[in-house]
Design a protein around this ligand. Structure first.
Ligand SMILES: Nc1ncnc2c1ncn2[C@@H]1O[C@H](COP(=O)(O)OP(=O)(O)O)[C@@H](O)[C@H]1O
Ligand SMILES: [Mg+2]
Length: 688
């Protein structure tokens, strides 16, 4: 069930997709075009426009040019046809004139009147040969043949049915083209009938024809009345030429109109006389090179010219080549269409001319296209290059190079864009630097604050520790102090009472010394615990230092130690408990000496503190130095690294300095010495 349902759904969806596919294809193609680089897009668009324009103008150009050339050719062929007509009618007029002039000859008149056939024969024979006529016939006043020049035996038949003879009997001289039957031809002469007889060659495009040969003949014929001096009609003189296989006219036309011009070995112009649709006199040649008599005209021309009596001008395939042709009907004296006159020009020269022009035209178009494309390429490049530079610049900026600048070559939109872009980069850089600066400041501040907090914490922890230690020490010291004083007092009393040689004397001395030491410790503890408030007096600090140094200098511990002084002279007097501060200096100098058991240098300096109203005294030695891990324990009571140390010296110093609202700090370079700094505030009298 589910399967069926889902398959049904699937097929429906497929249907939808297949319907949408052509649309999707264009949609897929279009973004692909849009994704192309700008330069390619421009180029393709321009190319399309140019190609479209080129194809359209080439198409219309070709058509126009073709039409122009062929219009010209047709005008020429029409003109040539009228020239052909001139030759044709001239020949007809010739015959008419010959007949008319000879009809008026005395010899003809006399011969006809007297029936002197022998004289007539010799006269007419001369005329016939002189003027190239095929027939010469004489009738009597009723139209009966009196004498046939070429066939004197055939006479007596009636010719009054002949349209020309009929007109001549009415005393008119007439000429025209006529078709006469084989029968009539035979009467005029057997050779003429033979000349007229033409086998009809099968022609593919012609109207089908049942008979296989043409027996009738076509004549240019004239008839003129023969009259005596009084004007009485004696008879009619008829003269004519058979057009079948007579090439005089067609060749004359060709010579006059085309002047024997040839194109690639072929005659350009051709002329033909048709008897109905059959070529009877022509200079069109067939495949074998002979005259193409016996072939027929196409169905189309047949219809237009022979049936409808209209001229036909156009392209036609004549025997073996294409021609530009003109056909016009030949009518007999009664106006009936009996044949055609044709003039044709070989189409090939015009085709070649057209092709040459076209080729030139195409060549020029191609050159122009190439030139346009080149121009376009230059223009596109000049437009794209700055954009390309801009894209590069954005990429470099994205990678963090905010110093990169776009080169600005123009004042146009792209130039303005570059300017704005550079401005934007500057602003970005400024903002970035501000941000970096701010971050650095923030980091510094955080560090500073952290350090401060840590220091405060240390101080807090230390002073808490000191405070609780102080309380214990003070309590213990106070309790021990009195018994110690009493022990010391009694020991001294006992020592005074006994002789130095007494065995207890040495022991008592030892007790006195150790007790003194104990009381010193207690004193130190009490100092540390700030038991005695300081007795501050106005003090010259340098003098106090000198005094302390003077007391210590001669001690054994200082024998190998050079003491240097660097004491500031302009120090203000300080309010201090001289004894306690001297104790501090003393302890620090002793510690320094103990750190330099093999000698060294102790530098004592004093100066005004730079950042606070205070005086700093600094003791710098070149001793062992202090390892960093014990730095924060130095001021703890009882912290010592010495076997016989009490660990109270620095604790005491700390207590005293704190009583003076001062500070004591230590710096050390392990292995190279340590430096203790005591900072004492500058107070005025009455402050504490
Ligand atoms: N100038 C100094 N150079 C090296 N170490 C020192 C110096 N001053 C003090 N110390 C160290 O500090 C410890 C504590 O000194 P102090 O409180 O005077 O006690 P004590 O001198 O009895 O050891 C010393 O044991 C010593 O290790
Ligand atoms: Mg000490």
């Amino acid at each position: 069930m589910t399967d069926r349902l889902s398959s049904g759904l699937f097929s429906r969806r497929q249907l939808v997709y297949s319907n949408a596919s052509p649309n999707m294809k264009t949609r897929r193609l279009w973004p692909r075009f849009l994704d192309l680089p700008l330069r390619v897009k421009f180029f393709l668009s321009f190319l399309a426009v140019i190609c479209f324009g080129g194809v359209v103008s080439l198409y219309f150009g070709t058509r126009l040019e073709h039409k122009t050339i062929f219009d010209l050719a047709q005008a020429k062929v029409r003109h040539d046809l009228s020239s052909a007509w001139t030759v044709y009618t001239e020949r007809l007029n010739d015959i008419r004139d010959i007949v008319r002039l000879n009809a008026a000859r005395d010899s003809v008149r006399g011969a006809l009147g007297g029936r002197d056939l022998a004289t007539l024969q010799s006269t007419l024979d001369r005329i016939r040969h002189e003027f190239g006529l095929d027939i010469m016939t004489l009738t009597d006043a009723r139209g009966r043949v009196v004498f046939r020049l070429r066939n004197p035996d055939a006479s007596g038949d009636d010719q009054s049915h002949d349209p020309l003879v009929r007109r001549a009997l009415q005393r008119a001289t007439v000429a025209g083209t006529e078709i006469i039957t084989r029968e009539e031809l035979l009467k005029e002469g057997e050779d003429l009938a033979r000349r007229a007889l033409l086998p009809v060659k099968p022609t593919p495009m012609a109207v089908p024809r049942t008979d296989e040969r043409e027996e009738n003949g076509m004549l240019l014929k004239a008839a003129s009345p023969v009259m005596d001096e009084d004007g009485a009609l004696l008879g009619v003189l008829v003269g004519g030429i058979l057009l079948n296989r007579n090439y005089d006219i067609v060749d004359r036309v060709k010579d006059i109109v085309f002047k024997g011009e040839r194109y690639k070995g072929k005659e350009i112009g051709t002329v033909t006389i048709f008897q109905n649709d059959l070529r009877i006199s022509t200079n069109v040649t067939d495949e074998s090179g002979g005259r193409a008599v016996g072939t027929r005209v196409s169905r189309e021309v047949n219809q237009t010219v022979l049936r409808e009596g209209r001229p036909w001008i156009g392209r036609a395939f004549v025997v073996s080549h294409w021609y530009i042709t003109a056909y016009e009907p030949i009518r007999n004296i009664d106006g009936r269409i009996i044949g055609m006159l044709y003039v044709g020009m070989l189409e090939k020269p015009y085709i070649d001319l057209r092709n040459r022009v076209m080729l030139t035209f195409t060549g020029i178009a191609a050159a122009c296209t190439a030139l346009l494309l080149l121009l376009m390429y230059i223009i596109i490049t000049s437009v794209i290059m700055p954009l390309r530079r801009m894209v590069n610049a954005t990429q470099r900026i994205a990678q963090g190079d905010l110093d990169h600048k776009v080169v600005r070559n123009s004042q146009d939109e792209i130039g303005q864009l570059a300017l704005s872009f550079n401005r934007m980069t500057d602003k970005l850089k400024e903002a970035n630097e501000g941000l970096l600066q701010w971050t650095r400041t923030l980091e510094g501040r955080v560090e500073e604050r952290t350090e401060e907090v840590r220091r405060m914490q240390d101080v807090l922890v230390h002073s808490e520790k000191m405070a609780s230690l102080g309380k214990i020490s003070a309590g213990v010291a106070h309790e021990i102090n009195n018994p110690l004083t009493s022990i010391l007092l009694n020991t001294h009393l006992m020592l005074e009472k006994i002789e130095p040689s007494h065995p207890f004397h040495e022991s008592l001395g030892l007790i006195a010394d150790e007790t003194t030491r104990c009381s010193q410790i207690v004193k130190g503890l009490l100092e540390f615990a700030r038991q005695n408030p300081p007795q501050k007096v106005k003090t010259d600090l340098n003098a106090l230092l000198e005094k302390t140094v003077g007391l210590l200098e001669n001690q054994a511990a200082f024998q190998n130690i050079i003491i240097l002084r660097n004491l500031a002279e302009d120090l203000p007097p300080l309010w201090l408990d001289k004894t306690k501060i001297q104790q501090v200096f003393w302890n620090l100098m002793i510690n320094a000496a103990e750190a330099m058991p093999r000698g060294g240098t102790l530098m004592i300096s004093s100066r005004l503190a730079a950042d606070a109203p205070a005086v700093e005294v600094r003791f710098t030695d070149t001793g062992t130095g202090i390892p960093p891990e014990i730095l924060n324990k130095l001021f703890d009571p009882f912290f010592t690294t010495k076997s016989s140390g009490t660990g109270l010296g620095l604790a005491m110093c700390y207590g005293i300095v704190e009583q003076h609202q001062g500070k004591i700090t230590v710096e050390s370079d392990p292995g190279n010495g340590a430096s203790f700094t005591v900072s004492l505030p500058i107070e005025h009298e009455g402050q504490s």
